[in-house]
Ligand binder design. Structure first.
Ligand code: ADP
Ligand code: MG
Length: 358
């Protein structure tokens, strides 16, 4: 599996204080007022970056909201929260609930409240997406990973056999935060949702410290708290999936999350062919066609899970899925690539409201 987590070469989305110029794109010329605005913002911004959850996490806070000691203590708590969530939900390590569950041999396991909550939300996503999102996809991921190592595309029959262990119905949520995996071959991977949850938790910590204006970017899972440090709406550039040095759109968000999933950062390569790391649990094959799916949602957990889901659902069904979610504002942009090489964009009905146009 190829993985490239170096910021500015792989991140799908980044905060833009003023314009696309920050990304080195020649989309706009810097004008004098914008330069000043940017300077003002930079002066008022404090930023810390760490490697966590297998990616670069950057957190920005606007300085005019609290004293430096309060800000530092907020960061300390937020980093600790991110680390705890990541350890509990990772695929390895003695502190991981997921490791415990994956080795439980159908025994009920007591998990942290966090893990229980994320599993509950995962099952809800599986139900509402008819299994397109499914955290029990691990056996298929493992099969495709092994196939990459052996450089052979797995036989259909083998895929069917492995699929037998995949299915969210195998996760049984019991009382007192206990969980049981009903099929002894089932194994879970929270890679499509845990990062989003961790970002929401870090956002909650900042708010607990009285900090409302902040920006968290965990390798493409973003939460924008309030307004940016010069009082404007945060602007986020969505990278061009075909050319990481360019951006295709700028969206404006406030108290909202955005996440992007795509097949160009991580993939399996078998006999020279690239296969997405996002697998359709229903067919057992990696999704094909979607090269980028971005979702704007009230929480990063939801944006993260839905961005992965839309890769499986594809342009038409994915957009319909977002349009059908009417209780709170959400929006999506899906980019597909046809075998002919043609690129197609699918925007949900609400997307225009977020898109920045000048
Ligand atoms: P990123 O790795 O860039 O954060 P995603 O948020 O889209 O990307 O998550 C991809 C991960 O999700 C995969 O590495 C795998 O762990 C998991 N996954 C793959 N397919 C599915 C699926 N259909 N449903 C739920 N999780 C999936
Ligand atoms: Mg995701």
């Amino acid at each position: 599996m190829r993985k490239n987590n170096i910021k500015f070469t792989c991140l799908v989305i980044v905060a833009l204080s003023v314009s696309a110029v920050e990304l080195g794109c020649e989309r706009e010329q810097k004008s004098a007022p914008k330069k000043q605005q940017k300077k003002k913002e930079e002066k008022n911004k404090y930023s810390e970056t760490k490697m966590l959850m297998g990616t670069v996490v950057q957190m920005d806070v606007c300085l005019d909201q609290a004293g430096m000691s309060e800000i530092k203590s907020a960061y300390e708590d937020a980093w600790k929260r991110l680390k705890d969530v990541s350890e509990r939900m990772s695929l390895s390590g003695s502190l991981s609930d997921i490791t415990k569950l994956n080795h439980s041999a159908r025994e009920a396991v007591s998990v942290e409240e966090d893990t229980y909550y994320v599993l509950k939300r995962s099952i809800d996503f599986s139900r509402s997406t008819k299994g397109a999102f499914d955290v029990t996809v691990w056996p298929l991921m493992n099969l495709w990973r092994k196939s990459e190592r052996n450089n052979v595309v797995p036989e259909k029959l083998l895929i069917r056999r492995v699929q037998f262990a995949v299915g969210f119905e195998n996760i049984q949520l019991l009382g007192n935060h206990r969980v049981r995996l009903l099929n002894q071959w089932s194994k879970m991977d929270l890679g499509a949702i845990a990062k989003g949850y961790a970002v929401d938790e870090a956002a909650r910590v900042f708010r607990q410290h009285g900090i409302e204006r902040f920006f968290i970017d965990a390798g493409g899972d973003v939460y924008a708290g309030g307004r940016n440090c010069s009082g404007e709406t945060w602007q986020i550039g969505i990278r061009d999936p075909q050319d990481g040095s360019k951006i295709i759109d700028i969206v404006k968000v406030e108290h909202q999350a955005i996440a992007t999933s795509g097949d160009y950062e991580q993939y399996y390569e078998i006999q020279g062919q690239k296969w997405s790391h996002i697998i359709n649990p229903v067919t057992g094959y990696p999704q094909k066609g979607v090269i980028s799916a971005s979702v704007i949602a009230p929480t990063a957990l939801e944006a993260d899970a839905l961005a992965t889901t839309l890769c499986v659902l594809g342009g038409v069904s994915g957009t319909e899925h977002i349009d059908a979610l009417t209780d709170e504002p959400r929006a999506s942009l899906i980019i597909t690539k046809l075998p002919s090489g043609d690129i197609k964009r699918y925007e949900s009905a609400g997307y225009k409201e977020y898109k920045h146009t000048e």
